[in-house]
Every structure is written in structure tokens, then in C-alpha cells.
Design a binder for this molecule. Sequence first.
Ligand SMILES: [Zn+2]
Ligand SMILES: [Zn+2]
Length: 332
Amino acid sequence: MRAAVITQFNQPWELKTLPDPRPQPGQVVIKIHASGMCGTDLHVHHGRFGLTPPVVAGHEPVGEIVELGAGVTDLRVGDRVGVHWSQKGCGRCRTCQSGNQYACAKAQSWMNIGGGNSELMLAWASGCALLPEGLAYEAAAPIFCAGYTVMSGLRNADPKPGERVAVLGLGGLGHLALQLSCAVGLETWAITGQANKTAELKSMGAHEVLVGGKEPGTAMRDAGGFDVILSTTNSAVQIASAFGGLREGGRMVNMGVADGPIAINPLLLMMGQRQLRGSSQDERRDLIEALEFVAAGKVKPRLEVYPLIQVNEVRARLEAGQVRYRAVLTHG
Ligand SMILES: [Zn+2]
Ligand SMILES: [Zn+2]
């Protein structure tokens, strides 16, 4: 099988032919049709994940099951599936025993058995989710990390009818957060640093677009403040500033890997029962719901689609902040 392999960190990924994978008991082999490229892949590229090359990245993979390992009873050959990051817990720790295997600290992921930037991918059956009928592979791929993450973030913000939501950072995650928040009926504003995204963000349903700059908190406060802030930016300075845009009782949910410590004003945190929360991919129903919103046409991922052979060009575009809004690699 052909795969894009990271043979050395910070060097171009190499297209190589690797042996076809064979499934262990409990695993499946998937013929990959599409695989999204996430900001996290840049951290992998730069060697910040503690992995040892060779590495095949890609944690937004979707495709068709072509082989079942022993003991796989629920999935079938021919099923259209995607694979989420955390595929299978150790089964024995307190978290697994409590019923949340995907939150296990020792969970198996693409880091253990290979990612989706390859023609064929191994996955644990428990890490596969069926795609809704009719949902295109390219549109489904970004839901397996970006869409799942922001759906969990939205739920973990506990939004109530009539509340006002801000989405901070409008890239791969943020543009899906904006649309999901609109889809559940919340007044949702987009807070972006890029004025040239305003018309597009409005077309995605943004009630208003604030061009916030490096310190968006003042503009957010001046606009009347927000009950919920869904933050997907990596900028610790922006996160800290935006926290000042919360109304009393407001909840800010951080989903980005901040580029430094987040210096929240302690008085703002204390007064008015404001809360800073963190969220990543949580209950699997969040993934399933996000897939259903896309299948129903209520959320439309904005994609740049490239063949796998252009993987290095795509990675460079992502690093330069040029991708609008998610890049997906196709294999076929
Ligand atoms: Zn990701
Ligand atoms: Zn465990």
C-alpha cells in the first residue's frame, strides 16, 4: 500500500510503499477514501508528540472496511466508517472500568497502529463509527477530529436557550463550531482576526462577525458580552483577552492547544461566577450527532481537497495559515 510516511521530523513526508496491514483480533482493515489534515498534524511533523519515526499520521480517516480481524462481530466488510483518535482503552484502569474507555490514559490510537494517510489503515473495531447514508467521505472526514471536538465543547458549555455564543478562532474547528451552534438555534457570533473571512462567516450563519485582533476582549465586551465562548484559537493572549468578554455566569470552553500559559485576570474569574473550562473529544454521541448534522446539510464543512500525493504542499499551506477551512486528502 502507498502511504505518506514521516521518516524524519521537520522533513518532507515521503510517499512510500509499505506492506499491506493484517488485522489482529478485534481490528479491521479500512480502504481509506479521505483523510483530513488537522493542526495537530503539524505538532507531529515537528516532533512534539514523543513519537519515533517512521510515523504515518492522519487522525480524520474515513473509508470502507475491507477485512475483519477475528472476533469482530458488529462491523461488516463494505461498511463505510471513520475512525476517531482514541480507539480502545486498556480495559483495566479505573476510567475503563467506569465505562469510559475512550478517555483511558493508555488508549490505543493512530499513534500505536498507524494513521489515515495511507491506502489501507488498521483500526480497532471499537474506534470505528458508521457514516450516515449518503454522507460524502470528504465531508465526513473532518468530523472525526474537528467536528467531534467542537460538538463536545458546545455540549460541555451547557448552553441554554436564548444565550449568546461567541466562537473565537475560525479555522478547521471554529467554522464547524459556528455552524453547530447555529444549528442548535443559538445566536452565534464569530470572533476572527481575519477581516477577509467576514462575508464567508456570515454565509455560514454568523449573527455578527467581530474582527477582534490580538486582544478581542474589549470588542466583545463592547458588543454586550457573551454567555458562552467556544475557543479554538491557539493564541494564549487571545484566550486570556477574550475571557474578559464573558457575561456574568459565562463559560469559556478552551479546545485549542494554547501556545503558552493562559493568563486569566483572577478578578474576572472570581467575580460573576465566570468559568474557564477545557474540552476535547468527549462522549461518542457527540461525534454521531455532529455527523448527523452534516448528513442533514445543517453543517457544511468548507474544504480544500487534494490527492495524497500533494501532502507536503497541503502541510505547508496549513502551516502558513492559508487553508480555508479544512484540507482533506483523498486516496483513489
Ligand atoms: Zn485533530
Ligand atoms: Zn484504561
